[in-house]
Design a protein around this ligand. Structure first.
Ligand SMILES: Cc1cc2nc3c(=O)[nH]c(=O)nc-3n(C[C@H](O)[C@H](O)[C@H](O)COP(=O)(O)O)c2cc1C
Length: 374
């Protein structure tokens, strides 16, 4: 394990209060922000109770919804927690869609998913409009009513945004999928990074929609980022489901870990019954990054929808997300496991050992178990 405890000197505008770094946590374990339901206030409080850091996934909430979630977490715990914000860029989305074949590609996709929608009694919207899910208002709300940590996904925040959050003592984290983006995030002023490999469940945080992400493992990516940025604190995310996985990430140079999939089956998580059952179902034998649900690469178990639609899904985010939303909801309500996304990291099978265990125990066992390994 690495033993770097001293945080590097970062500029600290605003007050003298130190911004929260992974090394300040009793257990440097981040409970991943999982937008769309899995991360609940109860899960965040449970991760905090174990000395880790829970994160609200505000990606699909508006500013008012984010404020409500913050209030609910504060009712449950006095411990620090964070909020994750998606950074969407209309121009980038348009560029990606144009190079993926534009409205014709979107039309082909709509035709391919049409029969699925029809079977579920859903009328598909005509090509949906872009939305950025209220990101500027959410950032303004977080400056107005600060939390310990704000992390960004799908982009590098402007230095002005970074400074305004740091000015209210909020640590700014950027989720990066590679070394070049890690450097850019640090140049923009990030306090620390969430370094996310191809093994991660859910979306891969590339900074453009069109990018075809690599297949790098967590250990390889952690090594590369540590070599490039020896002083920058970061946590490793992707396929970390056992004490051995934690130890490997720390050994490779991470300061902490971020857990997603292994927390999905904890009682505190808001994961649907269908998704929970699929994660433990031996019928599913593969998890794969696919654009088929949202237009951005995200790792899911391979059900019939993924197998059939993945080959023709264009780089159209958030268009496909908006288009498939009602269909995914209807399928989940109907108990149809072959349609909705079943987000899962590469090590979802190893996470089986922690199914139904309280989140605080999972955090404690993974972290302390890693320290106790020979
Ligand atoms: C169901 C699910 C939803 C996720 N939603 C988000 C999100 O809203 N924001 C984000 O930054 N990462 C999100 N992620 C990715 C996690 O932050 C993290 O990188 C990933 O879960 C780590 O890999 P693992 O699932 O193998 O542990 C999500 C992951 C899952 C499994």
């Amino acid at each position: 394990m690495n033993d770097r405890q001293t945080p590097p000197a970062h500029p600290r505008p605003g007050t003298d209060r130190p911004r929260l770094l992974p090394s300040h946590l009793r257990r440097p374990v981040i409970g991943a922000p999982m937008a769309g339901g899995p991360t609940t206030p109860e899960l965040i409080a449970a991760v905090a109770e174990a000395g880790g850091l829970g994160m609200i996934g505000s990606g699909y909430l508006d500013a008012a919804g984010t404020r409500t979630e913050i209030a609910r977490v504060r009712e449950l715990t006095d411990a620090p927690f964070g909020v994750n914000v998606f950074l969407l860029d209309e121009r980038d989305s348009a560029v990606a869609l144009a190079s993926a074949g534009g409205s014709e590609a979107l039309q082909r996709y709509i035709e391919a998913v049409g029969p699925v929608a029809q079977r579920l009694g859903i009328e598909l919207a005509a090509a949906p409009a872009f939305t950025d899910f209220d990101q500027d208002a959410t950032i303004a709300a977080l400056v107005d009513d600060p939390v310990a940590v704000v992390s960004f996904t799908f982009g590098i925040p402007d230095p002005d945004v970074v400074r305004s959050l740091q000015g209210v003592d909020t640590a700014v984290v950027v989720t990066v999928a590679g070394v070049a983006d890690a450097r850019r995030a640090v140049e923009a002023g990030a306090d620390w990074l969430s370094v996310q490999s191809a093994e991660a469940g859910g979306h891969r945080s590339t900074t453009t929609v069109g990018e075809e992400p690599d297949g790098i493992s967590t250990v390889e990516l952690v090594r590369a980022v540590r070599r490039a940025l020896p002083e920058v604190p970061f946590v490793a995310a992707g396929g970390i489901s056992t004490p051995e996985d934690v130890a490997a990430a720390l050994e490779a140079g991470a300061d902490g870990v971020q857990l997603g999939t292994v927390l999905l089956r904890t009682p505190e998580a808001g994961t649907s019954a269908l998704h929970r059952a699929a994660l433990g179902d031996p019928r599913f034998t593969e998890s794969r990054p696919t654009r088929c649900y949202t237009g951005r690469y995200a790792r899911s178990l391979v059900n019939r929808f993924v197998a059939g639609i993945d080959p023709i899904a264009p780089a159209a985010y958030p268009h496909l997300h908006l288009l498939t939303g009602p269909m995914r909801k209807a399928a989940a309500q109907a108990g149809d496991v072959e349609v909705p996304p079943l987000w899962a990291g590469s090590r979802w099978r190893a996470a089986d050992a922690y199914a139904d265990r309280p989140a605080a125990e999972v955090v404690t066992e993974l972290w302390d178990g890693a320290a106790a390994l020979p």
